[in-house]
Design a protein around this ligand. Structure first.
Ligand SMILES: [Zn+2]
Length: 194
């Protein structure tokens, strides 16, 4: 078996002069954003939450970030540790430092709790019983009729909150020119409101 495979491989190498990337989800095998979104929303992740993050009213950078967040593919310290990258984890979102996990940073940290509380009050959202990003989004996404302003606001606001928390965290961690904000929560809230 191994010998046959090796011979096949050698034959293929002779017949193919150049390696070429193909996108298997399109007829012409060429990658397009449209086919990518279709593939992500219709085939693999048909849930309401995944469909909602790809609304036209959501900036694509926030859609892509949210998509990775829902797939647990954001490189927080805990995720890096899971990939056997040794790192001394220390979150940047609390006065008392904790290990930086996805749930900690986006749901249970000092930043997240205060920001979510602020917007929950304004939009009359009840926090879910368990600390869970999908449950938070499901609650927000249950409001509004498709195409309405309410639908857009209730789609964009929770995603913008998560996005701004991540941006602030990355600036603190990696940006040498970052001006350390004494009121990160107010800063993030004002950015979300924009
Ligand atoms: Zn923290």
């Amino acid at each position: 078996m191994e010998k046959e495979l090796l011979e096949d491989y050698k034959l293929l190498r002779k017949s193919i002069s150049q390696d070429k990337r193909i996108w298997p989800f399109n007829c012409d095998r060429i990658f397009t954003i449209k086919s990518f979104i279709q593939q992500s929303t219709d085939t693999h992740n048909p849930s309401k939450i995944f469909r909602r993050i790809w609304q036209i009213s959501i900036p694509s950078k926030i859609s892509f970030f949210s998509w990775k967040l829902l797939l647990d593919a954001i490189p927080v310290d805990e995720a890096l540790a899971r990939c056997h990258i040794s790192i001394a984890s220390k979150c940047l979102c609390c006065t008392t430092s904790s290990e930086e996990s996805l749930i900690h940073l986006f749901v249970t940290s000092e930043w997240a709790r205060r920001i979510l509380l602020y917007f929950n009050d304004i939009f009359e959202q009840r926090p879910p019983s368990a600390p869970n990003i999908k449950l938070i989004l499901a609650s927000w996404f249950s409001v509004g009729k498709k195409g309405s302003m309410e639908f857009t606001v209730f789609s964009l606001t929770p995603l913008a909150i998560l996005w701004e928390i991540w941006k602030e965290r990355c600036s603190r961690k990696y940006d040498d020119t970052y001006v350390w904000s004494l009121t990160p929560v107010s800063l993030i809230i004002s950015k979300v409101k924009q």
